[in-house]
Ligand binder design. Structure first.
Ligand code: NAP
Length: 289
């Protein structure tokens, strides 16, 4: 294997972002504002527990005050909604994150809708999605924001480039496409019904894969010199984590590529912290609303 691509190191870049957030938090604290994040975990899904623990640790390390609200899997929708509304009213809480997926029987859309959009640090409230589409200030979903931050810090500009996004979820595909469009890229969004995916991907100056299928994107599909962001997190046949892109083959053709793990994943947590500090500053009248 000859890796010729530049590796976009999300782990190292996320540490830079987290250090910047820690400085922002420090200056807020000097003004008497203690950024606070509330994490709501319903049930005991093992993956969700790991995610919540990682977010909790990272937020504390940046100086953010964290409260984790653990609720049983059989909590009623009404009880969950009233807990979220109480957090909306709590002035010590600047960011609210409800860990998804919620256990069966709970309506995640209604829960997301109940979060105060100003505190919606996951950027999934319809008001924040509308702001993203209309180019207004809001809170941007963390994984798509992490993709853009990684490109920015690597000095890669999207203006005029053809960005091919694989996946159209509300969490990743659609918002990342909007962010690329806002940076004056020409954007194509692919999904499970896209015909001749290989041909479409080969047109991309930048390929952002967010599908959830191990090594779906073959190395030969990548246009030589393209930039590849691999959002996918999958278990390979050997149990190891792999992305949506065949990393080894793609890195022989790409100019730059993110690894899995150590690419977009760490950036996602870093952007959650960044959103929390931003939300705290805005709620305190210190940053543009
Ligand atoms: P999702 O909601 O399941 O969406 C997957 C998308 O991929 C859908 O739009 C689907 O198309 C499309 N798709 C499925 N099979 C396809 C195929 N064969 N060819 C082309 N498109 C196909 O997933 P998600 O939440 O967006 O997450 C995507 C991946 O990113 C997952 O591996 C997830 O674990 C990972 N992820 C990582 C992070 C991180 O921090 N790094 C954060 C979030 C998600 P249809 O719409 O037609 O069904």
């Amino acid at each position: 294997m000859t890796i010729t691509a530049r590796i976009l190191d999300g782990k190292a870049t996320a540490l830079e972002v987290r250090a910047d957030v820690a400085l922002d938090v420090e200056s807020l604290v000097e003004r008497g504002i203690h950024p606070g994040l509330a994490v709501v975990l319903v049930g005991e899904d093992p993956a969700s527990c790991v995610y919540v623990r990682n977010k909790d640790r990272a937020a504390r390390a940046a100086g953010i005050e964290v409260q984790t609200l653990r609720l049983p899997a059989d909590v009623s929708q009404a009880d969950l909604l009233s807990r979220v509304r109480a957090l909306n009213e709590d002035s010590r809480v600047h960011g609210i994150l409800v860990q998804l997926p919620l256990p069966a029987g709970l309506d995640a859309d209604e829960v997301l809708l109940s979060i105060d959009p100003k505190k919606d640090v996951d950027g999934l409230h319809p008001k924040n999605i509308a702001a993203l589409v209309q180019g207004r200030k809001g809170l941007v979903p963390c994984t798509p924001a992490g993709c853009m931050e990684l490109l920015d810090r690597a000095g890669i500009e999207l203006e005029g480039l053809h960005v091919v996004v694989l996946g159209r979820s509300a969490l990743v595909g659609k918002p990342v496409a909007q962010l690329a469009l806002a940076r004056n890229a020409t954007v194509t969004i692919c999904h499970s019904r896209t015909r001749d995916l290989a041909r479409v991907v080969a047109e991309g100056d930048v390929v952002i894969a967010a599908v959830g299928r191990a090594k779906l994107v073959e190395g030969a599909w990548i246009r030589p010199g393209a930039v590849v962001l691999d959002v996918g997190i999958n278990r390979g046949e050997d149990g190891q984590l792999v992305g949506d892109v065949d990393f080894e083959a793609a890195s022989e053709r790409a100019a730059a590529i993110t690894p899995v793990p150590g690419g977009i994943g760490p950036m996602t947590i870093a952007m959650l912290l960044s959103n929390t500090a931003l939300a705290a500053a805005r709620q305190s009248g210190l940053a543009g609303a």
